[in-house]
Design a protein around this ligand. Sequence first.
Ligand SMILES: *[C@@H]1O[C@H](CO)[C@@H](O)[C@H](O)[C@H]1NC(C)=O
Length: 439
Amino acid sequence: MYEKFIVLSAFFLTFLPSCFSSYPFNHRDADPFMSSHVYYETSHLHGHITRSSHTKNRHGNYAPRSSPQAFNVNSFGAKANGNDDSQAFMKAWQSACSSTGIVYIVVPNNRKYMLKPVQFSGPCKSSLIVFKIYGMIEAWENPSDYKVRRHWIVFENVDNLRVEGGGRIDGNGHIWWPKSCKINPKLPCLGAPTAVTFVECNNLKVSNIRLENAQQMHLTFQDCQNVKALHLMVTSPGDSPNTDGIHVSGTRNILIQDSIIRTGDDCISIVSGSENVRATGITCGPGHGISIGSLGEGNSKAYVSNVVVNKATLIGTTNGVRIKTWQGGRGMAKNIIFQDIIMKNVTNPIIINQDYCDRVESCPEQKSAVQVSNVLYKNIQGTSSRPVAVNFACSKSIPCRGISMQNVKLVDQTQQDVSKASCSNVRLNTLGNVSPLCK
Ligand SMILES: *[C@@H]1O[C@H](CO)[C@@H](O)[C@H](O)[C@H]1NC(C)=O
């Protein structure tokens, strides 16, 4: 862990001052990601403990003395027989959350549990909760049982939580997608649940989980701090509506690493209030690519800073790396690095759009804008499915500042030729070979 921090710090310290002396990354802010205790690995405990020294606890689970306690959802009445198991999961959660020390919640392998909307809330007495999902969790199919329409599984106000285990979470989105106004414009735009939401969780690690077919977004981190999201596989059809892979909102110090995300909307979306966001080793496509924004909708104030996206591969996505803001917004998106990125047949590989409008009716021209500044595109290569591979459409009243490109080479997929750049209201610095270039 410290190794990572040192590498990251070295990166910030050596690279940034040479390019942007005004870059205000705050590397004195100690550990950008985590307090250590969430990370130590426990290799024992795989849903069954057989050693004779263990004693049976009041739920019929075997738990080793002075070792982590395990709460198996089956012991709380989960049947995995097609009926709703959410009450059993809630009881297991309550028991775990009210126990001290390190606690495990176990969802056994080779079973499929059906859940209605559930909320796992803290604060908890435990020092660490490990939610081990070995089996499969599937969403309840009746939309009218979703009283809060925008959520399915919620973890709220839980500190020191790990969700892991190699299992699968399936939102049964095929029931919701045809009801989307994006699919059927005659229907009202009511939205659909996010499959898994973490709200106000600090020191959180989500790893080795498959998320599939979310009703709308797959995984959201909202107002969390110190988050790691690692080794995730997120998949839904390329034509499923609004199925963002990982959505980051109001979250500070988050690392998203070594994950594959193939969905119908943004691979990763980073919106207002997010700070110190690092995404590395991400493969996207199909989908809409990696987005910062949209920001500033409805004249709102938005603030996103210190984002690093590196070692990403985007395949057949509609955008590569995108910053999108609405006209009329306020605030800023600043200190953003897109580095070591491969694009394959991407429609808009590099794009800043300050005239974003995701409505049927057009959006009126407005003076104010979310300021976009200090953005570096470095070592970006590959192909664009359209002639314009670089598109900076910045605000007339608040132009983009400090936009730098270094070693960028994007060619047109069809012609295998140089592609074009379209640039307005942008001041561009270039280093090394950059193609295409703004005229
Ligand atoms: C490239 O993407 C376009 C759509 O954006 C698609 O029609 C085309 O088949 C793709 N080409 C290849 C070689 O994948």
